[in-house]
Write a protein that binds this ligand. Structure first.
Ligand SMILES: O=P(O)(O)OC[C@H]1O[C@](O)(COP(=O)(O)O)[C@@H](O)[C@@H]1O
Ligand SMILES: [Mn+2]
Length: 652
C-alpha cells in the first residue's frame, strides 16, 4: 500500500474506528444507493414574480399532484384529489376557506389528517430515515415519525393511529398539524431545486424570492445576465448600478430598491427635478403605467428614468472605449448625436431622427463625461448599494449556491448559451488578452465574478467588476448571447429595425445533434445520456415554438414567468421536473392569486409533457451523489481490509 493511501485510510479510521462501525456504514450507504433518485425541480427566468414562483414551489410543478395520484389511484375522486392538492399548497388559506362551508369540521380534520399522513408516508419512503428526520418540523417531529413509520410490532395498528389522530384533534392542534404535514409534503416532494437564472428585474418581488431561496433546503443557481448586473450594482460597478436602477424605474418597481433594500432614491429624484424640471420626458414613460402611482409620481419617475438612462449611456460609452477587446464600441452612441439637427448617427453609419432632443447634461465636446452633479448622484447611490446589508446577503447567496453553469446528474445547466461559430465549433473569445472557449471561457468568467467581490488588488478589482457589465450585455457573453443591447435605440429611435438584437449561433445550432453532443462532451458529459437545459430566451408558444430542441437533448425552460413578456409567450412559464421516472416538462397557465388558487383549486399546471421516460426507475446509485457514495464504499472496504490484515489497528 502506498504511503498516501495508508495515510488516507488512517484518517478514515478516525471516523470509523472499528470493523463494526466501518461495516455498518457500508451497509447504510449500500442501502441508500438502492433508494429511488430524489426529484429535481428546474425553474428559470423568474424575473421578480414572487407569487407565481412561490406557487410553483408549493406544487412542485405538478409533482405534489402526481404523488397524490400515486397514493390514492382510483380510491379518491378527482375533485377530492384536487382539494387535497390545494390543501398541500396553501394549508392555512384552504383551512380558512373550508371552515366557511363545512359543518362538521371534526370529521373533516380526521379524514384530512389520514389522507395527508398517507401522502407523507409514500413521499418519505424515498428517503433515508435520517434525511426525513432532518426535514421534520421540530414541534411535531416525534409524532410525525410515529405516524409515517410502519410499526410491525403493534398488533392493532388502526387503533394505535386512531388514538394519535383523535388526540391531535381533541387537544385543538389539528390545524397546526395539518399545516405542518402539508409543508413537510411540499418539502419532501422536491429533493433539489435548480434556478437557471434571471431572478431579478421586471417583476416586483425579486427580494422576496431571494429570501425564500435563502431558507430552501437544497439548491443551486446558475446566474442569469440580470442577476449578474445586480451583482455588479452590489459591488458598485457604476454602469451596472445605473442599469439596475433604470430597469427598476422602467417597470414601476422603485419599491424594490427603496422598501425592499432600503436604498434611498432621493439623490436621484432631487437631481432629476433639478435638471429635467420642465422636460415632460415623454419617451421615458414607465412600463405598464403603474396604477399605484399618482400623476405627480408618474411625472417624477419619468424624469428619474431619463436622468439615470443618460447616466447609463455615458458610463457605457466610457467602458466601451476603455475596453476595446469587449467589442462594444457600438454602445458609444452619444457621440453620434447632432443636437442641432436632432438626429443620431449610429455606429453602423445609419442616421435617425431622435424622439427626444433635450440633453441638458451632455457636453458635446465630451459627451461621455458625467457632470459634477451626476458624479455626486452616482457616488451616493453606489455607496448605498455597497453598504446595503440585505443586498449583500442576497448576493452572497448567489455566490455560495451559484455559478455560471452546473453539471448535475449528467445534465448541463446554464442560463443563456455557449458561444459558437456558425460551423458549430466553439467560439474563441478574448478576455483581457487571453482567448478561451467553451468550458474554459465559462470558468474564466466565473473566476472574474468572484474576484469582483473578493480580490483586494485594486486594479484586478476594477477589471473584474467591469467584466460583470460585459457578462450582462457583451456580444460574446454566454449569458447574454446577442450581438448588442439596443437600449438607447429603443428609447430614442422610432425605426424598429434599429431595436433588433441578433441572437448568437447557439440559438439555431441547438437543433444539430453533433453540435449539441460536442457541447456536452466539452463539459465532460455523456452525450448519449445528457441534456442541455437553459433559460434566457422566451419560448414563443403562441407561434408554435417548442421548448424541446434536438429531439429532447436541449430543453429551454424560459416560457415567461415574466408578465411583461406574456404577449409573446402566451403562457406563464415552463418548468422541468426530473424524477426517478424521467424528465417531464410542465407548462403553466398564468397565475392569478393565492385566493384564486384556493377557491378554484386550479393548479395552473396546464400540461405535463414527458421529455424522456427512464427505462427503469432511476436510483440514487445512478446519480452523481451515488457515484460519490460508491467511491466511499470502496474506500471503506479497503479500510475493512486494512483492519483485517492488521495494517491498521481498531480503536475499541
Ligand atoms: O424589455 P426590457 O425589459 O426593457 O428589456 C429588454 C432587454 O432585455 C434583454 O432581453 C435581456 O433580458 P433577458 O435576459 O430577460 O432576455 C435585452 O436583450 C433587451 O435589450
Ligand atoms: Mn436572461
Amino acid at each position: 500500500m502506498k504511503t498516501e493511501e495508508l495515510r488516507y485510510l488512517q484518517r478514515l479510521a478516525e471516523l470509523y474506528p472499528t470493523i463494526g462501525k466501518a461495516s455498518t456504514e457500508i451497509i447504510n450507504l449500500q442501502s441508500i444507493l438502492n433508494l429511488p433518485k430524489g426529484t429535481e425541480h428546474f425553474l428559470s427566468d423568474i424575473h421578480g414574480e414572487y407569487e407565481a414562483f412561490s406557487h410553483v414551489l408549493r406544487n412542485g410543478s405538478g409533482a405534489v399532484r402526481k404523488k397524490i395520484d400515486d397514493v390514492f389511484g382510483h380510491t379518491l375522486s378527482n375533485s377530492d384529489k384536487r382539494s387535497l392538492a390545494t390543501l398541500v399548497y396553501y394549508p392555512k388559506e384552504k383551512i380558512a376557506y373550508v371552515k366557511k362551508k363545512e359543518s362538521d369540521m371534526q370529521n373533516w380534520y380526521k379524514i384530512t389528517l389520514y389522507r395527508l399522513i398517507e401522502v407523507c408516508k409514500t413521499t418519505a419512503s424515498k428517503y433515508t430515515r435520517s434525511k426525513v428526520r432532518k426535514a421534520l418540523p421540530s414541534d411535531y417531529a416525534y409524532v410525525i415519525e410515529e405516524l409515517i413509520t410502519e410499526k410491525a410490532e403493534v398488533l392493532d395498528k388502526e387503533a394505535y393511529y386512531d388514538s394519535i389522530v383523535d388526540t391531535i384533534i381533541d387537544i385543538g392542534r389539528a390545524e397546526n398539524f395539518i399545516i405542518a404535514l402539508a409543508e413537510l409534503i411540499q418539502r419532501l416532494v422536491v429533493d433539489h431545486l435548480h434556478v437557471l437564472g434571471d431572478i431579478y428585474d421586471r417583476g416586483p418581488g425579486p427580494h422576496f424570492i431571494m429570501d425564500r431561496l435563502m431558507d430552501y433546503h437544497s439548491l443551486d443557481i446558475q446566474w442569469g445576465n440580470h442577476d449578474v448586473v445586480w451583482m455588479g450594482a452590489a459591488v458598485g460597478q457604476a454602469a451596472c448600478m445605473a442599469t439596475v436602477i433604470r430597469n427598476s424605474i422602467r417597470y414601476g418597481n422603485l419599491d424594490i430598491l427603496e422598501d425592499g433594500y432600503g436604498i434611498n432614491m432621493m439623490p436621484l429624484a432631487a437631481f432629476a427635478m433639478e435638471v429635467y424640471g420642465d422636460d415632460p420626458c415623454q419617451v421615458f414613460e414607465v412600463h405598464g403605467n403603474p396604477s399605484n402611482y399618482n400623476a405627480l409620481e408618474k411625472e417624477l419617475s419619468r424624469k428619474m428614468h431619463k436622468a439615470i438612462s443618460i447616466i447609463q449611456f455615458k458610463l457605457e460609452g466610457v467602458l466601451a472605449k476603455e475596453h476595446p477587446d469587449f467589442h462594444m464600441e457600438n454602445r458609444c452612441v452619444l457621440e453620434g448625436i447632432d443636437p442641432e439637427k436632432g438626429t443620431v448617427q449610429l455606429p453602423d453609419g445609419s442616421v435617425h431622427n431622435l424622439l427626444d432632443t433635450h440633453f441638458p447634461t451632455i457636453d458635446w465636446e465630451h459627451p461621455y463625461e458625467l457632470t459634477d452633479r451626476e458624479k455626486e448622484v452616482v457616488e451616493r447611490l453606489s455607496s448605498a448599494f455597497r453598504n446595503c446589508e440585505k443586498l449583500q446577503n442576497h448576493m452572497q447567496l448567489l455566490l455560495d449556491k451559484g455559478g455560471l453553469y452546473k453539471t448535475y446528474n449528467g445534465n448541463l445547466l446554464f442560463h443563456g448559451s455557449i458561444p459558437l461559430n456558425e460551423d458549430g465549433t466553439l467560439k474563441e473569445v478574448e478576455i483581457y488578452g487571453e482567448t478561451c472557449k467553451g468550458k474554459a471561457l465559462y470558468d474564466k468568467l466565473e473566476a472574474y465574478v468572484r474576484k469582483a467581490f473578493f480580490t483586494v488588488d485594486e486594479k484586478e478589482k476594477k477589471a473584474s467588476q467591469d467584466i460583470l457589465w460585459y457578462i450582462w450585455a457583451g456580444p460574446n457573453s454566454p449569458l447574454y448571447g446577442k450581438d448588442k443591447m439596443t437600449t438607447f435605440e429603443r428609447y430614442f429611435i422610432a425605426d424598429k429595425e434599429t431595436h433588433k438584437e441578433k441572437k448568437n449561433a447557439y440559438y439555431h445550432l441547438w437543433e444539430k445533434e453533433e453540435v449539441v453532443n460536442r457541447m456536452l462532451e466539452e463539459f465532460g458529459l455523456d452525450p448519449e445520456e445528457g441534456h442541455i437545459i437553459n433559460g434566457h430566451v422566451p419560448v414563443h408558444q403562441l407561434e408554435g415554438e417548442n421548448p424541446v430542441k434536438c429531439d429532447g437533448k436541449v430543453i429551454v425552460i424560459d416560457g415567461g414567468f415574466c408578465e411583461a413578456y406574456r404577449n409573446v409567450t402566451g403562457i406563464a412559464g415552463y418548468t422541468l421536473v426530473y424524477s426517478s421516472y424521467g424528465l417531464s416538462l410542465t407548462a403553466h397557465e398564468p397565475f392569478t392569486s393565492a385566493e384564486d388558487a384556493v377557491e378554484t383549486e386550479r393548479d395552473i399546471v396546464s400540461n405535463r409533457v414527458a421529455v424522456r421516460y427512464n427505462p427503469r426507475r432511476a436510483l440514487v446509485g445512478d446519480t452523481d451523489n451515488g457515484k460519490a457514495l460508491k467511491e466511499r464504499i470502496q474506500e471503506l472496504k479497503q479500510l475493512l481490509d486494512a483492519y483485517r490484515k492488521g495494517v491498521i489497528k481498531e480503536k475499541k
